[in-house]
Write a protein that binds this ligand. Sequence first.
Ligand code: ADE
Ligand code: ZN
Length: 326
Amino acid sequence: MDLATYIRALPKAELHLHIEGTLEPEMMFELGRRNGVALPFASVEATRAAYAFQDLQSFLDIYYAGAAVLVREEDFFDLAWAYFRRAAEDGVVHAELFFDPQTHTARGVPFATVLDGLERAAARAREELGISSRLILCFLRHLPEAGAFATLEEARPHLARIHGVGLDSSEAGHPPSEFARVFARCRELGLHAVAHAGEEGPAAYITEALDLLGAERVDHGVRCLEDPALVARLARDQTPLTVCPLSNLKLRVFPTMADHTFKRMLDAGLRVTINSDDPAYFGGYVARNYLETAEGLGLTRKDLATVARNSLLASFVTDEERAPWL
Ligand code: ADE
Ligand code: ZN
């Protein structure tokens, strides 16, 4: 069996996936036409050609511009259904999807429209593809705390449909501490907590995410190696890290795959997982992330099986739901 086939056959969970980041240029143009939303690019090809990012911010500018074509419930359905079909081909049995409500509500799209479309796709994925899923609402950290609290208020009538909260967008200069109060409220409401930390920001942001936000998983977390005491803590607690290797290359966190710290993190006993982040922008869905990481860093099949198992252990499903996959 070749390596790509082996990887696809591993049952895996995808735990770091922004649904807005699965918007392929073809669908971006189709939805733009459907909704009368003009795009800053002349064609699908010109759009792909613009995906040469310098850093996280240069990506986010394009990512938020693209998301403007998502307007109606069926747009969110089409987006998520396309993702689930793609994920099924990669052996994903469970997905925990991030969504960024502020990106949509700021344009006048009702919160419920976003949720209804995503949920309808999730129900179909469960039924037709056998993929289970959860929705994780992300607060945009470049916006003030008040915006996060307002978003939580909008989410309140729908909390039975939302499993957790996360923190994303521009990391540098926006430490987790700014969102400690809103995360405390979310935890009181029974929501799981995760946060992007240590992608471009320092290891200290990872410590803040754990101590001040109560993050149960760290999204990215690749800069943890800069703090040996933090690595020891993450290893001791088996805190899951949702690493996104192709994202890290596209956003120039590491110059090449050979420079990526994933193998060192795995060898340090950390509960690392591999995920695709924003696959439409970064050149690969989850199986390609596994494959390129394995090829670039010399991961063995046993390593890859450990990583896939880590993803199942790190998911927010119940032990009963998890049992058949392990
Ligand atoms: N939003 C979408 N992708 C992101 C990433 N990799 N980091 C921070 N915010 C994001
Ligand atoms: Zn992310």
